[in-house]
Design a protein around this ligand. Structure first.
Ligand code: MEV
Length: 445
């Protein structure tokens, strides 16, 4: 078959996938940037102006208004992960990341899960925690202070609720107080009041911090203590997102290994991350390899997601894996799940003020913060699946080398299609070098 007919077939398959709104886009990775962009624009119904944000998502004047002392912008590649089905909906997932293999691994993980029906998710209501620290109470004053706070809970919540005009209108706002005495700390006894606050489709840091500052004087009057800290907690464990999947065992075979053996090895690899923090740190880093790029592409605060994920991973007192993998005894399929706090917004913050973030949100089509969290958790689980499958079989370097070879071929001037052939040849020869790429490009691949 000549290359012309294979590219025609590819185009037809892509057109059919687009018409069916399938995220299974065969050969997407072989297209040029312009072709991929056209497909994504048509998938998401992007205007020309919205699609142009892929070139310059952040004009300098906008950047200058976002932070202080601006001298420029820092760019990251934005790739599209394909093959995702989340809760029955096909999605194209924008990922902003500098690390090679991440987008390919997410797409491949999603492809394996797709064969088992896709990801299934469950996401909590978007309830954040704000902390108010009360000092100056001795051991005897602690219990009466707690009782007065309980008695005044409704009044305190009303003050917190009144701080936002928009969130209560949208069904959000102050929900409850939790009172946590710490009788012994290095700074003496203290009381911590948690304000539980539903931030709807916002990440909500501003709303929560404003409400915490507003109720601080009421809490001082009620307790007779002095308020010190008033700030949200990044351990957003009332805002958990869960993704789970079933991977048909046949999907897992790799490098001469049967799928069932790969499944058993993945379960054993996960067990190491349950018992050993040294492995758990790397395991969870691999999950965040999928999560952070979507969080960044959608203009969200990835430091807060990282802080929440790691604190949640350590909630038992030992730092552990965020995922669970097991084998279904009846079918032999691999079952996976991931649970972590995801404080994400689809309104406010830079998710709207950064033009490319707004475009990426449109590509994703996330209808609110809970849907975004569902997708982000699914990408984390897909990423972990791909990493573990590679690690328990041939290791991750051979996949990296194939992608690296393709990058060398492209840099040596190969077309997208030729780059694929040249890369395969260099990997076969065991000679992945820029000089060899240049030779192969010169002789026409
Ligand atoms: C590399 O960025 C991520 C991995 O180390 C994750 C893992 O080991 O699970 C491959």
């Amino acid at each position: 078959m000549n290359s012309h007919s294979s590219s025609d077939q590819n185009t037809t398959a892509l057109e059919a996938a687009l018409a069916a709104r399938s995220s299974r886009l065969p050969g997407f990775y072989r297209l040029s940037v312009a072709q991929r962009r056209a497909i994504v624009a048509s998938w998401a119904g992007l205007s020309a102006a919205e699609a142009n944000h892929f070139d310059c998502g952040l004009p300098l004047e906008r950047a200058d208004a976002m932070i202080e002392n601006v001298v420029g912008c820092f760019s990251l590649p934005v790739g599209i992960a394909t093959n995702f089905t989340v809760d029955g909906r096909d999605l194209l997932v924008p990922m902003a990341v500098e690390e090679p293999s991440v987008v390919a691994a997410a797409s491949h993980g999603a492809l394996m899960v797709r064969a088992g029906g896709g990801f299934v998710t469950a996401v909590d209501e978007p309830v954040m925690i704000g902390q108010i620290q009360v000092m100056g109470l001795n051991a005897e004053q602690m219990a009466p202070a707690c009782a007065r706070l309980r008695a005044l809970e409704a009044d305190i919540l009303a003050v917190a609720h009144a701080q936002s005009a928009s969130l209560p209108r949208l069904g959000g706002g102050a929900r409850a107080l939790e009172i946590r005495p710490f009788p012994e700390t290095p700074a003496g006894p203290m009381l911590v009041v948690h304000l539980l606050y539903d931030t709807r489709d916002a990440m909500g840091a501003n709303a929560v911090n404003t409400a915490c500052e507003a109720i601080a004087p009421v809490i001082e009057a009620a307790t007779g203590g002095q308020v010190l800290m008033r700030i949200l907690s990044n351990l957003a464990d009332r805002r958990l997102a869960r993704a789970s999947c079933r991977v048909p065992v046949a999907q897992l075979s790799k490098g001469g290994l049967e799928g069932a053996e790969v499944a058993r090895r993945i379960v054993a690899a996960n067990a190491l991350a349950v018992v050993d923090p040294y492995r758990a740190a790397t395991h969870n880093k691999g999950i965040l390899n999928g999560i952070d790029p979507v969080v960044i592409a959608t203009g969200n605060d990835w430091r807060s997601v990282e802080a929440g994920a790691h604190a949640y991973a350590a909630r038992s007192g030992q730092y552990r894996s965020l995922t669970d993998w097991s084998v279904d005894e009846t079918s032999g399929d691999l079952l996976g799940s991931l649970e972590l706090p995801l404080a994400l917004g689809t309104v406010g913050g830079s998710s709207r003020s950064h033009a490319l973030a707004a475009t990426c949100l449109k590509v994703l089509g996330a209808n609110g913060s809970q849907e975004l969290a569902a997708t982000v958790a699914s990408v984390g689980l897909a990423q972990n699946l791909s990493a573990l499958r590679a690690l328990v079989s041939e290791g991750i370097q051979s996949g990296h080398m194939a992608l690296h070879a393709r990058q060398l071929a492209l840099a040596a001037g190969a077309s997208a299609e030729a780059a694929h052939r040249i890369a395969e040849q260099m990997v076969r020869e065991g000679s992945v070098r820029s000089a060899r790429a240049a030779e192969l490009v010169a002789i026409g691949g």
